[in-house]
Ligand binder design. Structure first.
Ligand code: SF4
Ligand code: SF4
Ligand code: SF4
Length: 317
């Protein structure tokens, strides 16, 4: 079984490492939580499957001077690659364990499908479904029904870089245009799109969970959204101020965002902030023929400067 192989691989590598990060069952059977494996016994608690939603790459920059292992899904591996590209972590200090990913759940979709999901007593996962038993009932849901949106357009279900890959590589689930949802949103008029964002930003509680969950949002204590010196952005919670923060976040991620979706997953208000990042990712793709987090040797386009960019047709407008 793939999980057993993964555990054995980690146990073999563990003596050379400070620890390995993976996932285990959290405060209830529906929520996985990060697992730090220091000893072989810790490895036995590892789980793999649709509940492993967190992107553990967010922890790597702070662990730069340790030798750590990390278990990754395909999307997580792109974040690791992007961190390597930006010299925020050192390749010799990170050991990557990859496995084929079948998709992860969106807890908001689960809560809608199973109103008493807060009282889950047990969860059984199979390749394409999960069965949730609560105090009152048993619900079997197809994975497709409750899958995170990012997984429905996943192009990289296998780790793009791994020192150890366990299991059989999966074929990407979807062949369709990964930006079809964006095109549909943009087909609306300016006023509709503005009203949409103003309404969404009205619900934002400016908690910064979207920023804190992002593996590539690394300014932390120097974030322009909170800095007092220089004081770039006000701390007011008006719609415009909150939208300004989101736009700054999106622009800082242009050409760096791997579309891991953690910003949107972490948002307690279910605000679709990934749409903004995907827009800029799409622009970068069109201008530079570049996708973030695929090649550790590549340089993100906006972290370099060339007077005459090869792929921009300067006089096209
Ligand atoms: S985006 Fe792909 S690799 Fe990431 S969780 Fe979804 S299916 Fe897995
Ligand atoms: S902006 Fe969102 S989707 Fe992009 S890398 Fe950060 S958390 Fe992932
Ligand atoms: S996580 Fe959601 S509510 Fe919090 S600041 Fe980000 S968009 Fe606003």
């Amino acid at each position: 079984m793939m999980l057993d192989q993964l555990k054995e691989t980690i146990k073999t590598a563990l003596p050379e490492l400070d620890f390995v990060m993976g996932w285990t069952t959290g405060y209830d059977p529906l929520h996985a939580t990060p697992l730090y494996m220091y000893e072989p016994d810790d490895v036995d608690q590892l789980i793999w499957g649709p509940l492993n939603v967190h992107n553990l790459a967010v922890h790597l920059p702070a662990l730069r001077h340790k030798k750590v292992g990390i278990v990754v899904k395909g999307c997580d591996s792109r974040s690791v690659v992007e961190l390597l590209q930006e010299n925020l972590i050192d390749r010799e200090n990170v050991v990557i364990f990859g496995a084929p990913c079948n998709g992860v759940v969106d807890m908001t979709k689960i809560r809608k499908a199973v109103p008493d999901a807060h009282f889950a007593r047990s969860v059984e996962t199979a390749d394409n479904s999960l069965t949730i038993t609560t105090d009152k009932d048993t619900h079997t849901l197809s994975l497709a029904e409750v899958m995170a949106d990012k997984c429905t357009r996943c192009r990289f279900p296998n780790a793009v870089e791994a020192d150890h890959f366990v299991g059989e590589k999966r074929i990407p689930a979807v062949e369709t245009d990964p930006y079809a949802d964006l095109e549909s949103f943009e087909s609306q008029g300016f006023a509709e799109r503005r009203d949409f964002w103003m309404a969404e930003m009205d619900r934002c509680i400016r908690c910064y969970a979207c920023r804190n969950a992002c593996p590539l949002c690394v300014c932390r204590d120097h974030c322009v959204a909170q800095s007092r010196e220089p004081h770039w952005v006000s701390q007011r919670d008006g719609v415009r101020d909150k939208f300004m923060f989101q736009v700054i976040h999106a622009i800082h991620m242009a050409g760096r965002c791997t579309e891991c979706g953690e910003c949107e997953r972490a948002c307690p208000m279910d605000i679709p902030v990934l749409l903004l990042k995907r827009k800029l990712g799409n622009v970068i793709h069109d201008l530079f023929d570049y996708d973030a987090g695929l090649d550790a040797e590549a340089r993100p386009p906006l972290l370099a400067f060339k007077l005459e960019e090869d792929s921009i047709k300067e006089k096209d407008w």
